[in-house]
Design a protein around this ligand. Structure first.
Ligand code: PGA
Length: 257
């Protein structure tokens, strides 16, 4: 039996399109995907670039595919050239937003503090945050995986209430597995997911620990998704490269078939 089916957590398969695809390409991929995904036993989300949100929103409206953004800024509006607010994302049709992806932490200076502010802004506007955490290869090799996650969870979720966290999703993305073809083994993923759930339990109690969805991300492909989803604490996946082609991504979404 598949892990996520043993509890009340509905799996979520999310596609992070990163800085790929023009509007036309994004619309075309979304069109193909909508045709391939009919099963609503799994939640599906795609996160195209900001410029494609509106046109893709028209394509996925009324389908099983939800729309997410890859980032947001925490202020509702103002003189912040180049930034996008949560209200703008909602008006473009988003229901999810990815926050604190390791590429944003690495290249754009995001910290646990900015992640925390972004989560709060998202929740205020009823966007479901997909909050990314994960260790680097060096941190794993020096046995710091759990302490890195402790800090990311502690600071990232600071001063959030149980109510706030109702729709929050955690994505465990070991940096060494992103775009490298080196997936964590299902055993490695399960070990960390279990640890993260325990952290949530200690901080926020049993109910949230039981209901919060924890996704795995890092080189997820059609041929490893099943094994990952067999793990009791893996509730879905955040998929980069393999989400760019509708056919490949649909194979990941339809992992139960
Ligand atoms: P990948 O990316 O699937 O290409 O490894 C995952 C991610 O960055 O979310």
């Amino acid at each position: 039996m598949l892990g996520a089916n043993m509890n009340s957590r509905k799996p979520l398969i999310a596609g992070n399109w990163k800085m790929f695809k023009t509007c036309e390409e994004a619309v075309e991929t979304a069109r193909q995907l909508v045709k391939l995904v009919a099963d609503d036993t799994v939640d599906v989300m795609i996160a195209p670039a900001f410029t494609s949100l509106m046109p893709v929103s028209d394509v996925v409206k009324g389908s099983c595919v939800a729309l997410g953004a890859q980032n947001l800024f925490w202020e509702p509006e103002g003189a912040y050239t180049g930034e996008i607010s949560s209200g703008m994302l909602v008006s473009a049709g988003c229901s999810y937003v990815i926050i604190g992806h390791s590429e944003r932490r690495q290249y754009f200076g995001e910290t646990d503090l900015t992640v925390n502010k972004k989560i709060k802004a998202a929740i205020k506007d009823n966007l479901m945050p997909v909050v990314c955490v994960g260790e680097s290869e060096k941190e794993r090799e020096s046995n710091h995986t759990f302490s890195v996650l402790d800090k990311q969870v502690e600071k990232g979720l600071e001063s959030l209430t149980l109510n706030d966290l109702e729709t929050l999703i955690i994505a465990y993305e070991p940096i060494w597995a992103i775009g490298t073809g080196k997936t964590a083994t299902s055993k490695q993923a399960q070990e960390v997911h279990k640890y993260l759930r325990l952290l949530i339990k200690k901080k926020f109690g049993n109910n949230l620990a039981d209901s919060i969805r924890i996704l795995y991300g890092g080189s997820v492909k059609p041929d490893n998704i099943k094994e990952l989803m067999l793990m009791p604490d893996v509730d879905g996946a955040l998929v980069g490269g393999a989400s760019l082609k509708a056919e490949t991504f649909s194979k990941i979404i339809n992992f139960q078939i």
